[in-house]
Every structure is written in structure tokens, then in C-alpha cells.
Design a protein around this ligand. Structure first.
Ligand code: PLP
Length: 420
């Protein structure tokens, strides 16, 4: 089902407090204070159904996939492949277009090493943006170095954190072979206009990759509506386990992509002199895959769609804008990213207090934040800073938790005598 149709069958106003109870980990004290988990952009927590689904798999069905003829192997294979079908439906794609990987990082490396090495040549340009995560920078730098390609960076406007779309024509030029960009910035909270960017690129025959690490599971995603050629996301950021991720690739592109890793599962026939390969997606899944990860990911996707990604996006946005307003009202604070229309995270810096001190101070009061460059070193350099503190939200967070964050940041300012 198309992601939007799916959303329409989901009720408005979910019982957020009730959903929170699905997450056993949230019910604990840290350093004597109730845990306030605001590090969801790094990884999300897992609901009980997801934990149970993992137990169920290992208690009842565990066996290797695609190999055995016995009952357990059949069950495992059916569940693994139905996880693929479900993931395709989650993205509005077809099943053969879904490759299971270890996560966003591996998905992007796969495209860089397999598709990129075949299609990107010396003198070609790879277009990225200044707000990319290292996962969407380093694989392209490695490829560019290998083949002699250039990388160009679509600029970010500054603290407001928007892509400088007015300059797009300057950067989307005929020598660009691939445009890879993030859907939602993991530092700025900016939501990039993915469909518009893909359309502009497509008109010039430029292949697009959408890094959906921060958007999958936070808003509806439909690859046909967006019009991207590749899309990558990680299971662990959307209530699934670590170790499983997804690469969506438009079928024709996957068909023309050579294998990247060799081994079992991805072959049709191996001889002493020659090997032939399976079609996508299995061509890209050498060796035993993360079987339980894929199966449990399906449970996570069902769980999220039961809440409704439209609802989750709205809830994320409400929390982020409440946090933005509350933090801005404190004064003496620099907040990165757009004021309006931001996704569910806020990065900030207090005058004269190191981000690590802010995060440590908050941790002592039970609040889990992230401090550092968030794997966005070039962006931090562009902003003239080395690190920032980040609060990132998910649907199980509450306004009361955001209020607690603001109160603790106020205490931090007092403690460190931070000038306003
Ligand atoms: N891209 C973005 C925008 C991210 O925020 C992250 C993780 O924080 C990644 C890529 C990498 O994800 P993973 O480490 O799960 O591969």
C-alpha cells in the first residue's frame, strides 16, 4: 500500500502516554532522576513487541535462510522475505528493490563501491551538501580519490541551516553524475525538499541518493513520490534492532549494478573458472544476512505504521518547536537550524560552555543528550564551532520532558555562569 493511503487508515491523536508504556527502558532512574531520553537521532528505544519478536524468532524459528529444505529454514526464509516485502511497502517500492544491509552507512558504501565505481569516472562530479553526515561524505571521498572524480558541496545558509536553493543551478550541472543528500539533517533538524531536489536532478539525468536515516520512521516516505533513485535508512533509529538497514534502489539501477561483496547466497553458479550472480536484491547480500534483524524490523515497521508516520512527524515537530522556543527564551544560547518547519531535534550551544559540559551536567540529572560534532564535522566547521549539544525527540517523549530539559539548561547556565 502507498505510504499515504496507509496513513489515511490510521487514527488521528494516538494515545502518546499509552505508547510510552510500550518502552520498558524508559521506566528507570539515571543518577537518581527519572530518565529523559533525548538521544533518539543517535538511536531510538525499542518497544516491547520488538523485543518479543526477537525472542520469538530465536525461540521458535531460528535457522539459516535460502539454504535448507527443512521446516525451520523454510519458516525463517518466508519470514525474512516477507520482511523485504513489508519494507518495500513501507517505502512504496517493489520487493526486489529492497536490499538488506547493516544500516545507512553500509547502504551508502554499497552504492559508492558498486554503482559508483562502475558509473563515476575521472572528471565527473559528485554533488553533496554541507549538512551531510560523515556516512554520506566519506564513501564518496573514497570513491572520488579512487576514480579521480570531484566533490562539490551545495552550501548551507548559516545558523538558519537551510540549503541555499537559490544557488542550485550553479551546482546541478551536466558534469554531476550523482547527487546524494540528507532528507533531514541530524544536526540542524532541517527537512530538505527531497522531491523537488530529485526532480531538478532527474531533468539533467543525475542519479539521486536520499539519506533517510533521520526521516524513515519519522515521516511518511514514498520513493515513487519523492522520485529518488536510491534511499538508505537504518533499523535501529526507528524502533528496530541495530545491525539491520535498508538500501532501496530503483530496479533498473540495481540491475545494472555489479555485485560488491562476494560469497554465499549471491551466486547462481560457482565454477573453478567463473561465477555467475543472482539478480538483485540477492546479488548484494553475500553471506548469512541479519535474519533476525530483518524479521524484527518488520515488527517495528508494523508498530510505527500502527501509530501513523504523519502523527509521529507532527508530534516530533511539536516537541522540537516547544524546545526551540523554550531554549531561545533563556537567552545566551545559539540554536542551529530553522525556527519553523524543523524536524524533531534541536542542536544548541551555550555561551562559553563546552557542549560536553552541558551534556555531562544534563546526564547527572537523568537527561540523555548528545554532545560533539554528531558526525557532521564539516558542517560544524562551516558554522565556526567544534561541537554542539543536541536534544532529539521521538513519539514517546513528552512536553513535560522538554520542560525538564529547559529547566536543566537554565541550571547549567547558572552553574557555569554562562553570560547571556
Ligand atoms: N545519515 C544520517 C543523517 C545520520 O543521522 C546517521 C546516523 O546518525 C547516519 C547517516 C548513519 O547511520 P548508521 O550509523 O545507522 O549507519
Amino acid at each position: 500500500m502507498n505510504a499515504r493511503l496507509q496513513e489515511m487508515s490510521v487514527k488521528k491523536n494516538p494515545d502518546w502516554e499509552g505508547l510510552r508504556k510500550d518502552f520498558p527502558i524508559l521506566n528507570q532512574k539515571v543518577h537518581g532522576h527519572p530518565l529523559v531520553y533525548l538521544d533518539n537521532a543517535a538511536t531510538s528505544q525499542k518497544p516491547r513487541v520488538v523485543l518479543e519478536s526477537l525472542d520469538h524468532y530465536y525461540e521458535k524459528d531460528n535457522a539459516n535462510v535460502h539454504r535448507g529444505i527443512h521446516e525451520l529454514s523454510n519458516r525463517s526464509t518466508v519470514s525474512f522475505e516477507s520482511a523485504r516485502t513489508r519494507t518495500a511497502q513501507f517505502l512504496g517500492a517493489d520487493s526486489p528493490e529492497i536490499v538488506f544491509t547493516r544500516g545507512t552507512t553500509e547502504s551508502i558504501n554499497l552504492v559508492a563501491q558498486a554503482w559508483g565505481a562502475k558509473h563515476i569516472r575521472a572528471g565527473d562530479t559528485i554533488l553533496l551538501t554541507e549538512m551531510e553526515h560523515h556516512s554520506n561524505i566519506v564513501p564518496w571521498q573514497m570513491l572520488a580519490e579512487r576514480v579521480g572524480a570531484k566533490i562539490r558541496w551545495l552550501p548551507v545558509t548559516g545558523d538558519e541551516g537551510l540549503l541555499d536553493l537559490g544557488r542550485l543551478d550553479e551546482f546541478l550541472t551536466r558534469d554531476v553524475k550523482l547527487f546524494s543528500f540528507t532528507h533531514i539533517s541530524n544536526t540542524l533538524g532541517t527537512v530538505n525538499p527531497a522531491a523537488e531536489l530529485c526532480e531538478r536532478a532527474r531533468k539533467l539525468g543525475i542519479v539521486t541518493l536520499l539519506d533517510a536515516a533521520q526521516s524513515a520512521g519519522h515521516c511518511p516516505l514514498d520513493v515513487r513520490e519523492i522520485g529518488c533513485d536510491f534511499l538508505a535508512f537504518s533499523g535501529h533509529k526507528i524502533c528496530g534492532p541495530t545491525g539491520i538497514g535498508v538500501l532501496y534502489g530503483r530496479q533498473q539501477l540495481l540491475e545494472e549494478t555489479p555485485p560488491w561483496q562476494g560469497g554465499g547466497e549471491m551466486i547462481l553458479n560457482v565454477g573453478f573458472d567463473k561465477t555467475t550472480y543472482k539478480k538483485p536484491p540477492h546479488r548484494f547480500e553475500a553471506g548469512t544476512p541479519d535474519i533476525s534483524g530483518a524479521i524484527v524490523l518488520k515488527t517495528a515497521l508494523d508498530y510505527l505504521d500502527g501509530i501513523g508516520r504523519e502523527n509521529i512527524f507532527q508530534h516530533d515537530q511539536e516537541l522540537a518547536s516547544h524546545a526551540y522556543d523554550g531554549l531561545a527564551a533563556l537567552g545566551g544560547i545559539r540554536i542551529f537550524g530553522p525556527k519553523k518547519g524543523r524536524a524533531g531535534l534541536v542542536s544548541f550551544l551555550l555561551n562559553d560552555v563546552h557542549a560536553h559540559d552541558v551534556v555531562t551536567f544534563a546526564d547527572q540529572r537523568g537527561i540523555a543528550l548528545r554532545g560533539g560534532h554528531h558526525c557532521n564535522q564539516p558542517l560544524h566547521k562551516k558554522l565556526g564551532i567544534e561541537s554542539s549539544a543536541r536534544a532529539s525527540f521521538y513519539f514517546y517523549n513528552t512536553k513535560a520532558e522538554v520542560d525538564r530539559l529547559i529547566e536543566v539548561i537554565r541550571e547549567t547556565q547558572k552553574f557555569f555562569g554562562s553570560p547571556r
